[in-house]
Design a protein around this ligand. Structure first.
Ligand code: C2O
Ligand code: CU
Length: 506
């Protein structure tokens, strides 16, 4: 007979991935929300907008009273806010002052394969410039228990030491993007340490719509982390004392999840708002946690979704609850005029994961004028109609690795050969819940099983949630670049454990 589960073990069964903090945590909603301001380009002009960042270690205050060691773009958690303009190239020069190789991917960008942050396309630190020295190679990681170095023999890997410039043409519509590390086998650990940041692309059509802007348009990057008694980040494989513990193996299998929710790097923050409309650009930058977000208040306390991963929807959609899986973006408008001045409006996570139930709080402090609007027509989106035999992908678990079509990631061996310019149907079937992400294009969701698209599937997408036993049908067209791209699970621990496929678009 099965013994009755105590509340506690039921909880850990619900969420075997959750790590527990031992640091002194702040009371919720006591820390102010950091509102990102766009980074200034070092130059603008013929070569586009040029930015430079250094990836470095830093000790930053995330929890009040502690200094937490992070790895950050410019030593910040999250990294600087990049604002790009449609039609103007963004050149991002990264200097690697860390002790490990990095690869940076601008998630949602249409970029040629050389600029896409392929997991073996590494920027080495100076300390490893001499990769011929195996002793140095072995000593490079402070993450024991992770697989070794990515295959240096990958003939397609373009490598460089110290500095690398990524150039993004930005020939794409306005959208919410984000950038993060993508190093093969180590993405989960390196993003957890802080290698991620926000980006938006703007265009004139969107600017003319009259959506809330300026201080009333705020990116909200949601992540979860756990902190030890010294305020340091806990990651399952970075702490040798946790290795070999069966619950840690489970954690890695589920993906790393913390018990502290950070928004823009602050724990359960608060933001003072006027009783007007705000545009909130949600990015789920968590390694493995999915959220079901709700706002306290009257029954009409809904989010008005205006955009998804690939920019504006055709018409606004209303959601009482917003489901957002790792990697996804939801661009919403919240009208705080429906709350009386003085209201405290909590953004909650109602996902049945046994995880933290609150995210942040808005304090409605004043009345103000509002000349923003939410137009009933936001944009036009062509409808993709696939032809030909569908490609099939099956996401599953096998032995100790996560797999696509029975195999684990091979950077040198494409699993799929999409045809450039063709509208193809992809059928993705999963035995568990996984966020599916595609590089190199944006796709449309045709439906799930025999039904139509789900509530969170609208618009151009690059990341969608796969649910257990469900086949999702996608219309996919690569019409920007030929070459090597990726499809993978955006649960970063699953990705690191093989759930990624190389694509060759030709
Ligand atoms: Cu946001 Cu291939 O990742
Ligand atoms: Cu997964």
């Amino acid at each position: 007979t099965t013994p009755a589960l105590s509340g506690c073990s039921a909880h850990s069964e619900l969420n075997p991935g959750q790590l527990t903090s031992t640091a002194r945590l702040p009371a919720p909603f006591t820390v102010p929300l950091p509102v990102p301001t766009p980074m200034k380009p070092s130059t603008t002009g013929a070569g586009g907008d040029r930015y430079a960042m250094t990836l470095r270690q830093a000790d930053v205050e995330i929890l009040p009273g502690y200094r937490t060691r992070i790895w950050g773009y410019d030593g910040t958690f999250p990294g600087p806010y990049l604002e790009a303009r449609q039609g103007i190239a963004t050149a991002l020069t990264l200097t690697n002052a860390l002790s490990v190789p990095i690869a940076t991917h601008l998630h949602g960008a249409l970029a040629p394969p050389t600029e896409d942050g392929f997991p073996t396309d590494l920027v080495y630190p100076a300390s490893l410039a001499d990769l011929a020295d195996p002793a140095k190679t072995a000593a490079m990681s402070d993450m024991p228990g992770m697989p070794g170095m990515p295959s240096m023999a990958d003939p397609l890997a373009r490598t460089s030491a110290l500095t690398r410039t990524y150039t993004f043409p930005m020939a794409q519509r306005a959208a919410t993007l984000w950038y993060h590390d993508h190093r093969m086998d180590f993405t989960g650990a390196q993003v957890w340490k802080g290698l991620f940041g926000p980006c938006v692309v703007r265009d004139e059509r969107e600017a003319a719509l009259g959506l809330p802007c300026g201080p009333r348009e705020i990116p909200l990057m949601i992540t979860d982390r756990a902190f030890d008694a010294d305020g340091q980040l806990i990651y399952p494989t970075s702490d040798p004392t946790l290795l070999g513990r069966p619950d840690m193996a489970k954690t890695i299998a589920a993906g790393a999840q913390g018990d502290v929710i950070l928004v823009n790097g602050a724990p359960w923050p608060h933001l003072e708002v006027a009783a007007v409309r705000y545009r909130l650009r949600f990015v789920n930058a968590s390694n493995a946690r999915r959220y079901e977000l709700t706002l306290d208040g009257p029954a009409d306390s809904a989010f008005t979704q205006v955009g998804s991963d690939g920019g504006l929807l055709t018409t606004p959609l209303t959601h009482r609850t917003l489901h957002i899986s790792p990697g996804e973006r939801f661009d919403v408008v919240v009208d705080f005029s429906r709350y009386p001045v003085g209201s405290l409006v909590t953004l909650r996570n109602t996902a049945a994961s046994g995880g933290p139930g609150q995210v942040m709080q808005f304090k409605v402090t004043s009345k103000a004028g509002d000349d923003s609007t939410i137009p009933t027509t936001l944009s036009t989106i062509e409808t993709l109609t696939p032809t030909g035999t569908p490609h099939r992908l099956v996401f599953s678990r096998g032995a100790d690795r996560w797999r696509i079509n029975g195999t684990t990631f091979d950077p040198a061996k494409p699993l799929l050969h999409p045809q450039f310019g063709a509208v193809e149907e992809w059928r993705v079937l999963s035995t568990e819940r996984h966020p599916f992400h595609l590089h190199g294009t944006q796709f449309q969701v045709l439906g799930r099983n025999t039904g139509g698209p789900g509530a969170y599937d609208h618009g151009w997408k690059d990341t969608v949630e796969l649910s257990p036993g469900t086949e999702i049908r996608l219309a996919v067209r690569f019409d920007a670049y030929r070459g090597r791209f990726l499809a993978h699970c955006h649960n970063l621990e699953h990705e690191d454990m093989g759930m990624m496929a190389t694509l060759s678009v030709s």
